[in-house]
Design a binder for this molecule. Structure first.
Ligand code: SF4
Ligand code: SF4
Ligand code: SF4
Length: 157
C-alpha cells in the first residue's frame, strides 16, 4: 500500500460525497481504499467523468499492485517504518546475500529484499522473497517488524 495518508488520497478523489462507492463520503472511501477494503473501481465517477482523468491516472499509479506483491502478499507501509533494520537482519534471503547485512542496515548488493536508506526500509527486489516461490510460510520480517510496517496478506498458500 502507498506511503500516503487518507487526506492525501481524498485530495485526488472527486470530493462530491455522492455515495456511489457505498461509503458515506469520499473521506470514508479514502480510508477504506488505503486499507485495501475498497478498490479504485468502486468510485465509478472517477472512470465515467473525463474531468477526473488526471486524478484517476495519479490514483492508478499509486494503487497499482505489482505481480510481485500479488504473488508474495507482502505489503510495505512506509509511513509506519522507523528504519530499525530488523527486517534486513532477519530475512534469510538478505542474510544469505551478504554478510554485511548482519548488524547493519543493509548491503549495497542488489540481490536483497530490503535495505534501509535515509531512515526508512526500502524494498529493493521483492522477487528475492521466498514467498515468490513455494515457501509461502515465511513471514519472519513481518514477525520482527514491531510497527506493522510489513504486512503479509494471505495469497492462498
Ligand atoms: S463514489 Fe467516489 S466521489 Fe462518490 S463518495 Fe465515493 S469516493 Fe466520493
Ligand atoms: S517473507 Fe521471508 S523471505 Fe520474504 S522478505 Fe520476509 S523474511 Fe524475507
Ligand atoms: S522492521 Fe519494520 S520498522 Fe524496522 S526497518 Fe523493517 S519495515 Fe521498518
Amino acid at each position: 500500500m502507498p506511503a500516503m495518508n487518507a487526506f492525501q488520497i481524498y485530495k485526488l478523489l472527486p470530493q462530491t460525497n455522492c455515495g456511489k462507492c457505498g461509503e458515506a463520503n469520499c473521506m470514508a472511501y479514502a480510508v477504506q481504499l488505503l486499507s485495501g477494503k475498497k478498490k479504485l473501481e468502486d468510485c465509478t465517477p472517477l472512470f465515467q467523468e473525463p474531468k477526473y482523468a488526471d486524478k484517476l491516472k495519479q490514483l492508478q499509479e499509486i494503487f497499482t499492485v505489482t505481480d510481485e506483491v500479488k504473488e508474495t502478499g507482502l505489503v510495505f507501509h512506509e509511513d509506519k517504518c522507523t528504519g530499525c533494520g530488523n527486517c534486513v537482519m532477519v530475512c534469510p534471503e538478505d542474510v544469505a546475500a551478504s554478510h554485511l547485512i548482519a548488524g547493519g542496515k543493509g548491503s549495497r548488493v542488489e540481490g536483497v529484499v530490503f535495505r534501509v536508506e535515509n531512515g526508512k526500509a526500502k524494498i529493493i527486489d521483492l522477487t528475492k522473497c521466498r514467498r515468490m516461490g513455494t515457501q509461502k510460510t515465511c513471514r519472519v520480517c513481518e514477525m520482527y517488524c514491531g510497527t506493522g510496517a510489513i504486512e503479509i496478506r494471505s495469497v492462498g498458500g
